[in-house]
Design a protein around this ligand. Structure first.
Ligand code: SF4
Length: 273
């Protein structure tokens, strides 16, 4: 399939963008809700740049849109990389994706950083992947609903973050606006064939009122949510088991139980990329 698809590509795109890495692995997040690709083989394209500042960000080095180089796995699953100077073209990115394609490939994960941050590059890359009939899994912070709207018909699966206040993603006072943007992105994607879910990273300091508010909003648009215990970074404390129970019991006050579940970062447990 790869060779045929490569041969079908016709037009070169001059658009360039900064990447952090491209590699093949299993999707380690998402749990069991609709839209999750947990356990699926994916090629991960990590785009550089992000507009938020979550205290527990586990890809902090990806936030710099001026990252000088990116690393590209040479053979799928080998964890052997070459280094390439940024910015790179969309066509270069597609070549690497095709090179890393395996029989069990489920989808290409566009992740970051925030993949929509480099708007034009994200748009071109998404369109090229769609032309090649490669399913796209979008992992986004949901901050740019208008950018998401432009590509929403092309997306097969999407995970949109919903941040609670303990993430400190934005300056104080703007948290409600951030949630509005995230919910708008979820609604837009949900109007298209994409299977969509929300991801809430939780800490010991997650406020149950925030969880209740988010659950109320999700009930209106009937979108599932996964609760993901934070990897303790930046001073964020991992939630206790008791806190996790409190969070899912709070969700259950509003949502049917098949609309939420836990997401454990399986790739970290298995020490995968
Ligand atoms: S949105 Fe994602 S990449 Fe951006 S700061 Fe938050 S965790 Fe990091």
């Amino acid at each position: 399939m790869t060779e045929v698809l490569a041969g079908e590509r016709k037009q070169q795109s001059p658009v360039k963008g900064s990447l952090i890495e491209i590699f093949s692995s299993f999707q380690g997040e998402g749990g069991v809700v609709r839209g999750s690709c947990f356990g699926r083989r994916q090629i991960f394209v990590r785009l550089a740049g992000c507009n938020l500042h979550c205290i527990w960000c586990d890809t902090a080095s990806s936030r710099d849109v001026n990252a000088p180089t990116c690393r590209v796995e040479t053979v799928p699953g080998s964890w052997k990389f070459t280094t390439t100077a940024n910015p790179v073209t969309v066509d270069f990115t597609i070549e690497q994706i095709l090179n890393l394609s395996t029989k069990d490939l489920h989808s290409v994960s566009l992740t970051g950083g925030e993949p929509t941050f480099q708007e034009e590059f994200f748009y071109e890359l998404t369109n090229k992947l769609y032309e090649l009939e490669i399913p796209i899994y979008l992992e986004t912070n949901g901050y740019y609903p208008q950018r998401i709207e432009k590509v929403a018909p092309l997306i097969s699966y999407a995970c949109v973050d919903i941040k609670d206040r303990s993430a400190n993603s934005v300056k104080k006072g703007n948290w409600e606006k951030l949630v509005e943007r995230e919910l708008t992105s979820l609604s837009i994607l949900n109007n298209f064939p994409a299977k969509v879910f929300a991801k809430l990273v939780v800490t010991e300091d997650t406020n149950l009122n925030d969880v209740q508010m988010i659950a109320n909003k999700l009930r209106e648009i009937v979108i599932p949510i996964v609760v993901q215990p934070v990897t303790p970074l930046g001073g964020a404390k991992a939630p206790s088991a008791q806190k996790l129970f409190q969070i899912t019991e709070t969700l259950a006050e509003t949502l049917p139980t098949d609309l939420f579940g836990l997401s454990i970062q399986g790739h970290k447990l298995l020490k995968l990329l």
